[in-house]
Design a protein around this ligand. Structure first.
Ligand code: AMP
Length: 610
């Protein structure tokens, strides 16, 4: 089920989308058949299907799984077991996902063929965009893209993030238009492993070609805003480079220097002055429009947790359309936005039925509550088995979902995942032909996220539990806590609200700032490796802050939540604050603010050999 798409062909792209969505159900059945036929002899499927590739048997016998269930297989492959335990096609690498398991990134299997499937989805984006925005062939795109560290598993497989894998592939290098210099960032600057040098060089190239730029972007809103902050810090140096025609000496990456020197070919004081004029003004409002005046839109994902960045993007872009083009993950690329100019709050994604076999678990009532993990430790847990079987019966096909309902997405991929719960909660907003369209609602169980980090309630609890031990030296107890992602400045940072009391009862009158700063650092040390990487290496998250609140604050918070409709009986302190009113209650009662003074340890993780 590998289809190719010519990104130059607007009509052809449209026809492909029509064909896939009109025949969504047929395509899905074919995809499942192909996956099951190909992989019938894998150890994993054999255990459930005994070599059959029948859909009914698949639905009845293959269990719905979470990462913990498939982790042993992934680890075996990382340690040298043959791919065919899960996939007939060789697993060519493992993709490290931003979800974590036991503090380490999850790893998803991938194959060479899957790169072509991703390319297919990328190639559909341009024909869709061309239907809504004219003249995109008259200029360039300034897309700020970055790679992340990669490691080798004990068996020699590469383990790295999905985008790093894609940017390093020949599919990316040979992407359409690339050889016509349609993008301002040379590949060599994108592929530089020093993120600071990469950012500097990409911005320099983007500024030099400012008059040609028609669209700007990054993958996620957080990365784009980080680039603007970087520009605020470095514009003088960038202007100086443009003025003199020489790139700064601290850019030592030879490939970056070569790539930039092909664009920065001569001194250009006129351009440097024009950029300086825009940057040295007091306000950076509309800076995107001012620096890249022909820009028609900003292409960044602003759905899900990235929605928190919309006001700031509006400020810098002067209200340019914010375009979320696609919905994808390390497990699988899912779908695209067929109306790219729709308002962020109305964005919905159409899952492309040829990408994987999709199933949906209905989520009842409050989607946040009804999506508890089902983690089975062994087969003996009767309730767990029952719940599993019930879910098995409830899982429905792509074309059977109902408008207005919430579902958790589940995939069976071409790369060795079978009935895998992605953990995303989606709501059906409508249909394009016979293919449903979904709004991304939230990720199951994530409470805090600033960049690509995703901290869940359990991780946060563990981190707070460890840090609060430091309060013993003050004879102080932590009585309540909650959190919130403060993204009002760049980079954003985690804020914890702590209510404390003296062991002997009574209000804490004096708060020792050293101990509190140590608590901040201790929380950071306990958070997972992706948080620590963002904080220590990428600097995309600022120092964690603890705001101590007056005694009684959490009672007032409870009263507020109950007044807003929470049930008194079932009230649980929200571990993350989203509502403005609740935040105000906490803010008004803050008696001390403390920040982490040291960045947590981060080293590329290792996969232990077994
Ligand atoms: P990763 O596997 O680290 O690439 O993370 C994939 C996850 O990022 C998805 O399962 C979603 O939770 C989230 N994500 C990806 N694309 C979007 C999008 N367009 N809107 C909202 N969330 C997204």
């Amino acid at each position: 089920m590998l289809i190719s798409c010519d990104p130059n062909d607007v009509e052809g792209g449209k026809k492909l989308i029509e064909d896939l969505t009109v025949n969504a159900n047929h395509v899905q059945q074919q995809v499942l058949k192909e996956i099951l036929t190909r992989n019938a002899e894998t150890e994993y499927l054999r255990a459930f299907l005994n070599g059959c590739s029948d859909k009914d048997l698949f639905k009845k016998s293959v269990p719905i799984v979470n990462y913990e269930d498939i982790k042993p297989y992934i680890e075996m492959i990382a340690n040298g077991a043959p791919s065919k335990i899960i996939s007939a096609e060789p697993i060519s690498e493992l993709l490290t996902s931003s979800g974590t398991s036991g503090g380490q990134p999850k790893m998803m299997p991938s194959t060479m063929e899957d790169l072509d499937r991703k390319t297919f989805l990328y190639n559909l984006l341009m024909p869709v965009m061309n239907r809504y925005v004219d003249g995109l062939d008259q200029g360039k795109g300034m897309y700020l893209l970055f790679i992340k560290p990669e490691i080798r598993t004990p068996s020699g497989l590469m383990a790295r993030p999905v985008l790093t894998s894609y940017y390093k592939s020949s599919n990316f290098r040979n992407r359409p238009f690339n050889k016509h210099n349609v993008y301002t960032s040379p590949d060599k600057t994108i592929l530089c492993s020093d993120s600071k040098q990469s950012m500097y060089c990409q911005l320099l190239c983007g500024l030099i070609q400012r008059d040609e730029v028609l669209r700007v972007g990054a993958v996620f809103a957080s990365a784009f805003l980080r680039a603007i902050k970087f520009l605020e810090d470095y514009w003088e140096e960038l202007c100086s480079n443009i003025r003199t025609g020489h790139i700064s000496d601290w850019i030592t990456d030879p490939n970056c220097r070569i790539a930039v020197s092909e664009i920065l070919t001569q001194p250009n004081w006129k351009l440097a002055n024009a950029i300086e004029y825009e940057c040295k003004g007091r306000s950076w409002e509309q800076i995107i429009k001012r620096l890249w005046p022909r820009t028609k839109y900003v292409e960044v994902i602003v759905t899900g947790t990235m929605a928190q960045y919309i006001p700031m993007l509006d400020f810098y872009s002067g209200g340019l359309p914010l375009v979320s083009t696609m919905y994808a993950s390390s497990e699988c690329y899912f779908g695209i936005n067929l109306k790219p100019l729709s308002k962020p709050s109305e964005v919905c994604y159409t899952l492309l039925p040829n990408m994987a076999y999709f199933e949906f678990l209905p989520v009842e009532k409050n989607p946040g509550e009804a999506t508890e993990h089902i983690v089975c430790n062994g087969n003996s847990d009767h309730n767990c088995m029952k719940q599993q079987r019930q879910q098995q019966d409830e899982a429905i096909d792509l074309t059977d979902v109902k408008i207005g309902r919430y579902y958790e997405l589940m995939v069976t991929t071409f790369t060795g995942l079978y009935r895998y719960r992605v953990g995303d909660i989606l709501m059906v907003t409508g249909f394009h032909n016979n293919a449903p369209q979904f709004k991304f609602v939230h990720r199951r169980n994530v409470v805090l996220s600033v960049d690509t980090d995703k901290t869940n309630e359990e991780d946060l609890l563990q981190a707070v539990m460890r840090a609060k031990r430091l309060l013993d030296s003050l004879d102080c107890l932590l009585t309540e806590y909650t959190s919130y992602a403060d993204t009002s400045s760049i980079p954003g940072h985690y804020v914890l609200f702590w209510e404390m009391k003296m062991r002997e009862n009574g209000e804490v009158t004096k708060i020792d700032s050293i101990v509190m700063e140590d608590c901040c650092a201790a929380v950071e040390e306990s958070l997972d490796s992706i948080y620590r990487r963002c904080r220590s290496r990428d600097k995309s998250i600022g120092p964690l802050e603890i705001r101590v609140v007056k005694q009684g604050t959490f009672d007032t918070l409870m009263d507020f939540c109950v007044s807003q409709g929470s049930s008194m009986n079932q009230y649980k302190t929200p571990r993350c604050i989203k509502s403005k009113g609740a935040l105000e209650i906490l803010e008004m009662r803050v008696v001390g603010r403390f920040f982490s003074k040291k960045a947590p340890m981060w080293k590329p993780y290792r996969i232990e050999a077994h």
